[in-house]
Design a protein around this ligand. Structure first.
Ligand SMILES: [Zn+2]
Length: 119
């Protein structure tokens, strides 16, 4: 017989659910990738390091618009940047999360990774 008074959820589920900030991080990552232009920028930067001007040209977008997306992606931890003189270069963060999203984008699009084709 059903007994709703003592229903046992999988062990640890309540504890994990209570850590709402963990889920906030995940929701933010998918929010970042919920914008087609940001997905494209992120995907480019999974393969090469670029500055705002080169990205603007490749994306056919204004520099301020590209900068806006770069800031957003960097704040979420998906990108890292380094300054060289007056120029700032961006690339995908070297994290398991970032590599997984790189793979996921290519699996969803069913395209080959440009890096793998080169090898
Ligand atoms: Zn790739």
């Amino acid at each position: 017989m059903e007994d709703h008074g003592t229903h046992a959820f999988p062990e640890g589920m309540r504890e994990q659910l209570a850590k709402t900030e963990d889920f906030d991080v995940i929701a933010d990552v998918f929010h970042q990738l919920g914008d087609p232009k940001r997905v494209r920028i992120f995907w480019i930067l999974c393969h090469c390091e670029e500055c705002v001007l080169n990205l603007s040209e490749l994306m056919d977008m204004s520099s301020p618009a590209v900068s806006h997306h770069l800031r957003s992606l960097r704040t979420s931890g998906l990108l890292i940047s380094r300054r060289e003189g007056k120029e700032v270069y961006y690339r995908a963060a070297d994290t398991p999360q970032s590599r997984l999203l790189h793979q996921m984008i290519e699996m969803v699009m069913q395209i080959a990774c440009p890096e793998e084709e080169q090898q």
